[in-house]
Write a protein of this length. Structure first.
Length: 81
């Protein structure tokens, strides 16, 4: 995937993950970073359980990235408290 695709996927996944966890976005830059990190974490989680991780800019990868972003945001909020 290109850098632009990672940024787009990260922005969307981070925003959706932020809305799921705390009902408000964290800001555009943090949402992008959260989404990209979430995509990587989600890929590791899905690979651990035998499923494919992020495969490109598609719906399946978005679901993987959102799940990863929710996990990363949940850990971030637990540590920040």
């Amino acid at each position: 995937m290109s850098i632009l695709a990672w940024i787009i996927l990260g922005l969307i996944a981070g925003f959706i993950g932020s809305k799921i966890v705390n009902k408000s976005g964290e800001g555009m830059l943090l949402d992008i970073v959260l989404g990209i990190v979430g995509a990587v974490v989600g890929g590791f989680i899905f690979n651990f359980f035998g499923a494919a991780g992020v495969t490109g800019l598609n719906i399946y990868s978005m679901i993987v990235a959102v799940i990863g972003a929710v996990v990363v945001l949940w850990i971030y909020r637990a540590i920040a408290r």
